[in-house]
Design a protein around this ligand. Structure first.
Ligand code: HEM
Length: 143
């Protein structure tokens, strides 16, 4: 279990850079496209899809870390400790909600007819997810 914890925890910590980086990129891409009124192309679909996939990988890794880490489910009884409340409750819960919003953004963009509509669904829902994720990162563990 110790070995598994180390590997999964490192993967969750490392892929977080990629997931956040691609998510920021997808949000900026969508808002730039909205302001320049350009068309939704295949590359826009790919950027949004990559952001979605990396968030889902991070979600799956997070779920595993949650059950094996001493800072995850095991610390649920320590709610008076802010750092443990963050890793065992706030970070997991808020991130599940954030990734649900991102997933809704992805599925809704497909139902939009116009390029502007597609970029808006991606832009606003991915941005909401990104802000939620950033609000509950255990920064002191990460750097
Ligand atoms: C996009 C979503 C997510 C991002 C960007 C993210 C990012 C991070 C980062 C940067 C850390 C600190 C890593 C370190 O120690 O270096 C962390 C820790 C942790 N995350 Fe996530 N996370 C996400 C989703 C989740 C989810 C959905 C869960 C659980 C269901 C989760 C559970 C945990 C736990 C338990 C820790 C503490 C692990 C430990 O240090 O033992 N995360 N996460």
């Amino acid at each position: 279990m110790e070995f598994m914890y180390e590997i999964i925890q490192k993967a969750h910590s490392g892929i977080a850079y990629l997931a956040l980086g691609i998510l920021v990129f997808a949000v900026i891409n969508a808002f730039l496209a909205i302001s320049s009124k350009r068309g939704f192309e295949d590359k826009d679909r790919k950027i949004s899809l990559f952001a979605l996939i990396f968030c889902h990988v991070q979600l799956l890794l997070g779920l595993v870390v949650y059950f094996v880490s001493p800072l995850g489910m095991a610390a649920l009884g320590e709610m008076s400790n802010a750092a443990l409340r963050l890793t065992s409750l706030e970070h997991p819960l808020i991130n599940v909600i954030a990734i649900a919003l991102i997933t809704i953004g992805w599925s809704k963009h497909k139902k939009e007819e116009s390029s502007n509509g597609k970029f808006k669904k991606i832009g606003y829902l991915y941005l909401a997810g990104l802000l939620l994720i950033l609000s509950r990162i255990p920064w002191n563990l990460w750097f």
